[in-house]
Design a protein around this ligand. Structure first.
Ligand SMILES: NC(=O)c1ccc[n+]([C@@H]2O[C@H](COP(=O)([O-])OP(=O)(O)OC[C@H]3O[C@@H](n4cnc5c(N)ncnc54)[C@H](OP(=O)(O)O)[C@@H]3O)[C@@H](O)[C@H]2O)c1
Length: 260
């Protein structure tokens, strides 16, 4: 199998959609073997079907401590080894202080922060020497907005988890790094953001709201466009194989953080 260590046998969480799917497809095009996980089996199987014998769907609800127990080991068994892990699974629920729903708060903390820490502990045991993990964080980890308290706190915490895992993995040359994307055009940003107490939108209102939302988000980026999942996947692929990079954060944001 070709490619540097870290890019050969890889588990991708959130691998059925958006950035995770682009990462999985990038790795698969380069000849890797990939296990994809997420809750929706059918979206994982859509990818796996395209690469028989090299891509495997392993559905898992990462908010469940029981379900995620031993996940890295199961992926390693499927691939006869594991040298890479990308954590792209995530949830973003935009709510302003005073309107933060308890269930949404718990769920975001679990998937964006607790799951990657627990899976990271597994990765330290399971990844081969010289292997790598890459976490998909966010520019909202360093530049919050009024609706992102929980998401921003979780992603900021994720960066500290990444640094600790980088230190813990170093004796075996196991590396940990993160990417911080600006706004990327995926399902996550195409969910309409409602005002507190706002009634559900009709299909027409929903389409108009999403279009206006995307225009507003696009305007935040000096480069004048949203990121594509492929933009992020290219950087993740590079970090997986970068044998002297550990504990680093790579910002990919079309210049977003240049603006106040
Ligand atoms: N899009 C952006 O603008 C942007 C910017 C910065 C960072 N990010 C980060 O990028 C990552 C990928 O997001 P995306 O933009 O590609 O959006 P996405 O398509 O909505 O991807 C999120 C993925 O997380 C999975 N997921 C959510 N909850 C899960 C759970 N409980 N258990 C297992 N899997 C779960 C989803 O699969 P199931 O629903 O099937 O479980 C889905 O595949 C996230 O960590 C996000 O925070 C996104």
């Amino acid at each position: 199998m070709s490619g540097p260590v870290g890019t050969r046998k890889v588990l991708v969480t959130g691998g059925g959609t958006g950035i995770g799917r682009a990462v999985a497809e990038r790795l698969l095009r380069e000849g890797a073997q990939v296990v994809l996980t997420g809750r929706r089996a059918h979206v994982l199987e859509d990818v796996a079907r395209e690469y028989p014998g090299r891509a495997f769907a392993l559905p898992c609800d990462l908010s469940s401590p029981e379900a995620r127990e031993g996940l890295l080991g199961r992926a390693a068994t499927l691939l006869c080894g594991l040298d890479g892990w990308v954590h792209s699974a995530g949830q973003a629920v935009h709510q302003s202080p005073g309107h933060i729903d308890e269930a949404a708060l718990r769920s975001q903390l679990e998937v964006n922060l607790v799951a990657p820490l627990r899976l990271g502990e597994q990765a330290l045991e399971v990844l081969e020497r010289g292997g790598a993990m890459v976490f998909v964080a966010s520019t909202l980890a360093v530049r919050p907005i009024v609706t992102s308290a929980v998401y921003s706190a979780a992603k900021a915490g994720l960066l500290q988890v990444m640094r600790v895992l980088a230190l813990a993995g170093a004796p075996r040359q196991v590396r940990a790094n993160a990417v911080l994307p600006g706004v990327v055009d995926t399902e996550m940003v195409r969910a309409p953001r409602l005002e507190p107490g706002e009634a559900p939108l009709s299909a027409t209102e929903r389409a108009a709201r999403v279009a206006a939302q995307l225009d507003g988000l696009r305007a935040l980026h000096p480069l004048g466009r949203l990121g594509s999942p492929g933009d992020v996947a290219a950087a993740v692929h590079q970090l997986l194989g970068a044998s002297w990079a550990t504990g680093t954060e790579l910002v990919l944001d079309g210049g977003l953080l240049l603006r106040e």
